[in-house]
Design a protein around this ligand. Structure first.
Ligand code: UTP
Length: 485
């Protein structure tokens, strides 16, 4: 295979001709792979990204005077608020029963911090049975479909890196009984050298490409199927799916397609909605939802400091933070909103400085010990300022947010399993059981309740005889109790 002179001059025009440096060393299949990588890159766009985010490190953090707190539907505290929330839940349940809701699970990330060999969704997280994250999510979706009399379609976003392994895992588990699951692959962008802006080679014949961030979901949903068939959005339209529940693979506590959340979203005629938790410390690593010049926006935790430190630390007289609405990456989006955005706006890219292994000029593989590269990612929350109407709904982190991010320490398998056991212990107690706890209130053994046994505390109460004593590991599975009572 000879080189296309047009491609060579295009690369040279963008200062990226080094990508073909090892062409002579490559066999035919490797050459084809390299060309496919190179052709997937929009070098014009990349040049703009390098100019804005590598050379200039342009940052869009607003000045503090422009930033203000935002209105949130707080946790219901009064009877009137509880009634309003029940009404919202009924409205949401009606959407589920009408088949208007689809579920989008984003699982294309690289899971670098966890360092697990395989897609993060396959991680065995169940505190007793080691059920995978995918299994837990899928069982919730199956259970919801049964409860509302209408199966929910699931759309799983993968990346080129983990697509095959993800599909295989679902297939090996008979798709966990889901009635409709479709996988769609997100885009990739090249990583560039932090000092020069040159695209890195991962191998002599491979560009260092990485997923384009969870904001890539929107374009990936609109892309035709690999066989040229309808895109996910087209398919949703044909199925009558109007509203999408979006969540990320790493949080096993997520209340998928929570009817009250769906209902608040739809009653407000919102285009995009967010679940938020109260930030306890200014430094907490979640993005904060605020108003900037009156418009809703998420500011990443890394952007709060140092420029907005004073504001981030400011507390109301009662002691809570003024900017408290921490985004936990649980959203509802109208399909029509996504369609509107795709025609008119591209979400911006952000920069992430990372350690990316690469092949140097001599062809030697280098494992950097310090961050050497810039990766570019889009974030789904950047769609918020583009929404004409939106809602924010507060939830309690203890019941809905414990993401699996790290191998050890915070947000690690140990903390996630503990939080799951503690949550299920609370459900059991509300069903009249007594559960052994440590002096600090945590549970000293694993408890796991399959969503197919009970999707929430109320369902568990209906199923469990009161008076049960739980003093050792417990699993409540789909049909029976499998472990010691
Ligand atoms: P994170 O930003 O936590 O990234 O993704 P990650 O890839 O899981 O982990 P690290 O940063 O490499 O350690 C949050 C969610 O967004 C998805 C992830 O799969 C996870 O569900 N995501 C992230 C994508 O689907 N695509 C991406 O390009 C990035």
């Amino acid at each position: 295979m000879s080189l296309d002179p047009f491609l060579v001059s295009r690369l040279a025009a963008h200062g990226q001709e080094h990508l073909l440096r090892f062409w002579k060393d490559l066999d035919e299949p490797a050459r084809e792979r390299l060309l496919a990588d190179v052709r997937s890159i929009d070098f014009g766009e990349l040049e703009c990204l390098v100019a804005a985010l590598v050379r200039d490190d342009e940052t869009s953090v607003p000045d503090a005077e422009r930033v203000a707190p935002i209105d949130v539907f707080g946790l219901p505290r009064t009877d009137a608020e509880r009634v309003e929330r029940r009404r919202a839940a009924e409205a949401g349940a009606a959407l589920l029963a009408a088949g208007e809701v689809g579920v989008v699970l984003v699982a294309g990330g690289s899971g670098t911090r966890l360092g697990f060999d395989g897609p993060k969704g396959t991680y065995p997280i169940g505190p007793v049975t080691a059920a995978s994250l995918f299994q837990i999510h899928a069982e919730k979706i199956v259970a919801l479909g049964r409860r509302h009399g209408k199966p929910l379609p699931l759309y799983v976003m993968t990346s080129p890196e983990n697509h095959e392994a993800t599909v295989r895992f679902f297939d090996e588990h008979h798709r966990f009984g889901l009635s409709h699951v479709r996988f769609f692959v997100q885009g990739q962008v090249p990583a560039v050298d932090r000092a020069t802006g040159k695209v890195l080679l991962a191998e002599k014949g491979r560009v260092a490409l990485s997923p384009d961030g969870h904001g890539g979901t929107l374009t990936a949903l609109a892309a035709p199927a690999p066989d040229g068939g309808p895109s996910c959005l087209d398919e949703m339209r044909a199925r009558g799916v109007r509203t999408l529940f979006y969540f990320q693979v790493d949080n096993p506590l997520v209340k998928i397609a929570d009817p009250a959340f769906l209902g608040l979203h739809r009653l407000a005629n919102a285009e995009m909605s967010f679940k938020v938790v109260e930030k306890v410390t200014p430094e907490e690593k979640v993005g904060v939802v605020v108003r900037v010049d009156g418009k809703p926006q998420v500011i990443e935790y890394s952007d709060l400091f140092p420029k907005l430190a004073e504001l981030a630390e400011k507390r109301a007289p009662e002691g809570n933070l003024e900017l408290w609405a921490g985004s936990i990456a649980i959203h509802v989006l109208e399909r029509s909103f996504i369609e509107r955005l795709l025609g008119a706006h591209a979400l911006p890219f952000h920069r992430a400085v990372k350690k990316v292994p690469y092949v140097d000029e001599s062809g030697k593989k280098v494992e950097p010990t310090a961050p050497n590269a810039v990766k570019f990612e889009r974030f789904i929350f950047d769609a918020l300022p583009l929404a004409q109407r939106w809602t924010l709904v507060e939830t309690d982190r203890a019941v809905e947010f414990e993401p699996l991010k790290n191998a050890t320490g915070p947000d690690s398998p140990a903390t996630v399993r503990q939080r799951m056991s503690d949550l299920f212990a609370g459900w059991l107690e509300r069903a009249g059981a007594s559960v052994a706890r440590r002096p600090d209130g945590s549970v000293p053994f694993g408890i796991e309740i399959s969503p197919l046994f009970a999707l929430d505390a109320a369902e568990l109460r209906d199923k469990l005889e009161p008076g049960r004593v739980v003093d050792g590991p417990l699993y409540l599975g789909p049909d029976e109790m499998l472990l010691p009572r």
